[in-house]
Design a protein around this ligand. Structure first.
Ligand SMILES: [Zn+2]
Length: 354
């Protein structure tokens, strides 16, 4: 019996799909390509050339088949990725575009070596590389500042149980990936110490908190409070440039950069109301800080001074940011008390009271 090339291909096709139903479409494509190329080769009508053509086509088909099975077979392309990965990002990668599955994090790590002059503080988990100042240093040097002035009007005592909160209150401004900083937002910087700055309106409460912690034996260490827009933009642009130079498309570079550096305009640090703090006995910006004496002191007492743990544990799906026990946000004493007592995030507070 004269078995033709076509018979062989069809029999291979039938045998394969009987064993592996998933291969039906790739095999169909492969068979069509083989038969087509065989047809072309026949028309060339030259023995040696024909076999070379068939061999080449099989190699081509094999390679393209392997390639498509990588894409479809192992499910590496996760269509739900941009929904699920919104949550559990770090503050630095809170952009809606950050799709972790598509990003080579090793690339980010390996690539930071020559950026020593442009460190993004929260991307460095060991604060020894950053400017820091401790509560003891600050309080020791500002004896002439009257940090008790604010205590004359105790929290809420002079107010209703539910004071009226206003959306226009600077203390309550909501900044997250859905609420970028307004273009006309303005405030005055005050100096904490040295080059450390924040919104000057929170200085008195900040000093009071540092002193209150010291009295309880906790020496808080401030690192990276205010960061200006230019610096944030420069950090971000440099990353994007670097990744595009490595051959990424602009969107790929943007996504990758968003993993390493906060997208400009979406960080509370840029409006001077956020302060990262750890302690002199625990100097890493990581979740472990929450279990330390200092971390627990902040969780229990910061609200008394108008501050809250902005990205609490268990609320990642609401804030869109992973647990950051070191990131304190000033919201004012009245709101902080409500957030603390009702266990609300700023997002939930806005929904309920504003
Ligand atoms: Zn922070």
């Amino acid at each position: 019996m004269n078995v033709t090339f076509k018979d062989k291909v069809l029999s291979l096709y039938r045998r394969t799909i009987r064993k592996h139903k998933l291969l039906k479409i790739p095999m169909l494509v492969l068979s069509v390509i083989l038969l087509f190329l065989d047809h072309v080769a026949r028309r060339i009508q030259s023995g040696a050339r024909r076999y070379i053509a068939v061999l080449a086509s099989m190699t081509f088909a094999f390679v393209s088949c392997s390639f498509s099975s990588v894409i479809w077979g192992e499910g590496e392309y996760d269509f739900t990725a941009d929904v699920t990965s919104y949550y559990y990002e770090t503050e630095e990668s809170a952009a809606a575009f950050a799709v972790e599955d598509e990003v080579d994090t090793e690339l980010i790590d390996a690539d930071d070596s020559d950026d020593d002059d442009l460190i993004d503080p929260e991307n460095i988990k060991d604060i020894s590389e950053l400017d820091t100042v401790s509560g003891a240093d600050i309080i020791g040097s500002i004896d002439d500042i009257d940090i008790s002035a604010d205590e004359e009007m105790p929290v809420d005592e002079a107010q209703d149980d539910h004071p009226d909160f206003s959306r226009d209150d600077w203390q309550l401004v909501l900044v997250n990936k859905n609420h970028p900083i307004a273009e006309d937002y303005s405030f005055t910087l005050g100096t904490i110490k040295g080059a450390m700055q924040c919104d000057e309106r929170i200085l008195a409460d900040l000093y009071a908190m540092l002193e209150g912690a010291l009295k309880d034996g906790v020496n808080l260490v401030i690192c990276s409070p205010y960061r200006n827009d230019d610096r944030q933009q420069m950090l971000f642009d440099r990353k994007v440039d670097k990744y595009t130079a490595q051959g990424m498309s602009y969107m790929e570079a943007y996504k990758t950069a968003a993993q390493a550096v906060t997208i400009p305009g979406s960080s509370e640090h840029q409006i001077g109301l956020a302060i990262d703090m750890v302690s002199d006995s625990y100097v890493s910006l990581n979740e472990g800080f929450g279990d330390t004496t200092a971390g627990q002191w902040l969780a229990a007492h910061s609200y008394e001074y108008g501050f809250v743990i902005r990205y609490p544990e268990g609320k990642e799906d609401i804030t869109g940011i992973e647990y950051e026990p070191w990131h304190l946000r000033y919201v004012g004493k009245n709101a902080a008390k409500v957030l603390y007592e009702e266990d609300l995030t700023l997002e939930e507070f806005w929904e309920k009271y504003l």
